[in-house]
Design a protein around this ligand. Structure first.
Ligand code: ZN
Length: 379
């Protein structure tokens, strides 16, 4: 009897995880706001000159006392030409994150997105991840982040998988099941010029798969925000700015400014697909010329009437309801509710997975043990 129940439960699991292969996109059936074919067409059929040029800055990994100062220097108190606060997306992982600083970034109106609880260094862990692995890494991380950083659960809408390692259908299915809006993991070289706009996985994607396995199933309403590659000084593509190889010297801010501008203009003078600046903070700290060039570039962006520094989620919001730039300017800024941080400093907290002790700064009462996979609140 026990075996029978066991086999039966295995079968039901198999049924639940059986994916339906996505079909070629049907433009008639796939309509905004909830469905979009993968395409380089500008949403809403707009002309490039009527399309807002979005600039999306993202930073990955833990938020700590050593990287917060760069964020404060480079990003705080910026406004777009329409008067709205400039957006940035942080893909945050759990280990070593100071959640009081996540709360600070949230209150600066930046987007907090998910980058896993464990950030395990094994590529194959991610490429072979099961549905349950992904649920424990991302579904649980959202609960964890809301709890320790005291930020609203619903404001976390996006995911980037560590090392840009795609997981086939698994992460997207988990995201759809828990109501996460978009994935920002998937790079494209083939659709860099003209650039690939965000799209949903209702139908088969045309996007090139650089770090397989890529999704093949039909997963309705699950948005992909492609990482459109840059091209370095020798025209070699790179998904993250800090992975570009042939670049100006790290102290050469004039060279770096021109390098950033050259990549930006491919979008701005093209079809205005969102321009990404994807980087890790250490690169700015190690290369002061890059940091100065980025500040100069953002000053320029913030002064232009048809260019807007927004977070990844806001790009998806616009694609779902595309409006011309003159109407976008009149829409006003999105409402924002600040949250408090009742600070606790906790530790030493024993981690059961590696027997190490950790300390945590959080906006909640201290956990019993160090939070980790399967026990995201450390109870
Ligand atoms: Zn990372």
């Amino acid at each position: 009897m026990k075996w029978f129940v066991f086999v039966l439960s295995l079968c039901s699991l198999a049924i639940a995880r059986e994916f339906q292969l996505a079909e070629t996109c049907d433009k008639e059936a796939c309509q905004l706001p909830d469905c979009r074919c993968s395409s380089t067409d500008i949403p809403g059929g707009l002309l490039p000159r009527n399309t807002p040029q979005f600039v999306v800055i993202t930073f990955d990994d833990a938020i700590t006392v050593s990287n917060i100062n760069t964020y404060r220097d480079v990003l705080y108190n910026r406004r777009n030409s329409n008067g709205c606060p400039a957006g940035v997306t942080f893909y945050v992982n759990h280990e070593y994150t100071d959640y009081t600083l996540v709360n600070e970034l949230y209150n600066q109106r930046f987007e907090i997105a998910l980058h896993s609880i464990s950030h395990k260094t094994s590529q194959t862990y991610w490429s072979r991840a099961t549905y349950d692995d992904m649920m424990r890494e991302f579904g649980d991380q959202r609960i964890q982040m809301a709890h320790f950083a005291n930020i609203p659960f619903d404001t976390m809408r996006g995911v980037r998988i560590p090392f840009l390692q795609m997981t086939g259908n698994m992460s997207h299915q988990v995201m759809a099941d828990v109501g996460l809006l978009y994935d920002g993991t998937w790079p494209t070289i083939k659709y860099a010029d003209p650039g690939l706009w965000p799209y949903t996985l209702d139908y088969a994607s045309i996007q090139d798969c650089m770090v397989p396995p890529c999704p093949t199933a039909s997963i309705p309403k699950s948005w992909i925000k492609p990482m459109i590659c840059w091209f370095d000084l020798n025209n070699v593509p790179c998904a993250m700015v800090d992975s570009c190889f042939h670049v100006p010297d790290g102290e050469d801010d004039e060279g770096w400014f021109r390098f950033i501008l050259k990549n930006f203009e491919r979008h701005y003078h093209g079809t205005r697909a969102p321009f990404g600046f994807y980087i890790h903070e250490w690169y700015l700290r190690a290369n002061s010329g890059v940091k100065r060039a980025l500040i100069r570039f953002l000053d320029l962006v913030n002064s232009l009437n048809d260019v807007f520094m927004v977070n990844s989620g806001e790009v998806i919001d616009w694609v779902r309801n595309p409006v011309p730039v003159n109407e976008y300017i009149r829409q006003g800024c999105k409402p924002f509710n600040p949250t408090s941080c009742p600070i606790s400093t906790c530790g030493p907290l024993r981690a059961t997975h590696n027997n190490m002790n950790y300390w945590m700064n959080i906006c909640n009462v201290c956990p019993r043990v160090y939070p980790w996979l399967g026990n995201p609140l450390g109870q």
